[in-house]
Design a protein around this ligand. Structure first.
Ligand code: ADP
Length: 226
């Protein structure tokens, strides 16, 4: 199963991706996670990317496209993948489609998660990252995944907040890019919807409100895998 997850920052892409990984053993490819790892590792890419990420701006397309292409060529991605945070604009969407065609890979599904902007903003400001594993869900504003005091609810690890999650200007910028339907992420969404109308992929819309379990159940039903 090859799948692209679309959704505004804070809509719950990472959480849904984790559920799908646990269920189907596909590779989770999050460009945000890959870029943060590059920043942490002090690589050339990380050094270039950091200033854009701190400001909530897109890292230049070519850097991210090369990163994704390399990741898609890895062994584990041949068993299926979930792209999370990519594509984020029209240029990336077209490049992805071309790269998949060239590699003889299919894009089975595009899943768009809907969540009101204000709700998403609150979730972003409440989320915390576990030092041991980025994917441990912790959010001080969501009862179901509240941290254990100051510690990760899953492993007790130390929690931090991403700088770009505590900066309202950076959050607004990220949301503006998402809701831009001329060249931004919603433009990419329209591009995939048009491909779905031609039968070249399938397009699924999910309501991001509700519990993680209910969203997961709906998605599995929509994927026809229940
Ligand atoms: P969020 O979805 O909350 O914005 P991400 O972890 O997906 O968080 O992304 C964090 C930052 O990484 C973005 O604001 C951007 O600077 C960079 N980034 C992630 N994915 C892409 C992408 N596909 N193209 C360009 N920049 C990206």
């Amino acid at each position: 199963m090859n799948l692209v997850l679309l959704g505004a920052p804070g809509a719950g892409k990472g959480t849904v991706a984790q559920e799908l990984v646990a269920e189907f053993g596909v590779a989770h490819i999050s460009t945000g996670d890959l870029l943060r790892a590059a920043v942490k590792g002090g690589t050339e890419l990380g050094i270039q990317a950091k200033k854009y990420m701190d400001a909530g701006e897109l890292v230049p397309d070519q850097l991210v496209i090369d990163l994704v292409k390399e990741r898609l060529a890895a062994d584990d991605a041949q068993q299926g993948f979930i792209l999370d945070g990519f594509p984020r604009n029209m240029v990336q969407a077209k490049k992805l489609w071309d790269a998949l065609q060239q590699a003889g890979m299919k894009l089975d599904y595009v899943v768009e998660i809907l969540l009101p902007r204000e709700v998403a903003k609150n979730r972003i400001m409440g989320r915390r990252l576990c030092k041991n594993d980025n994917n441990h869900p912790n959010n001080i504003f969501i009862d179901a995944i509240k941290p254990n005091g100051d510690a990760c609810r899953v492993c007790g690890g130390e929690l931090t907040a991403r700088a770009d999650d505590q900066d309202e200007a950076a959050i607004n910028k990220r949301h503006d890019i998402y809701y831009d339907d001329k060249t931004g992420t919603l433009a990419a969404a329209h591009y995939f919807k048009a491909l779905a109308e031609k039968g070249e992929t399938k397009y699924i819309v999910l309501n991001g409100q509700g519990t993680i379990d209910s969203i997961k159940e709906t998605l599995i039903k929509e994927l026809g895998l229940n």
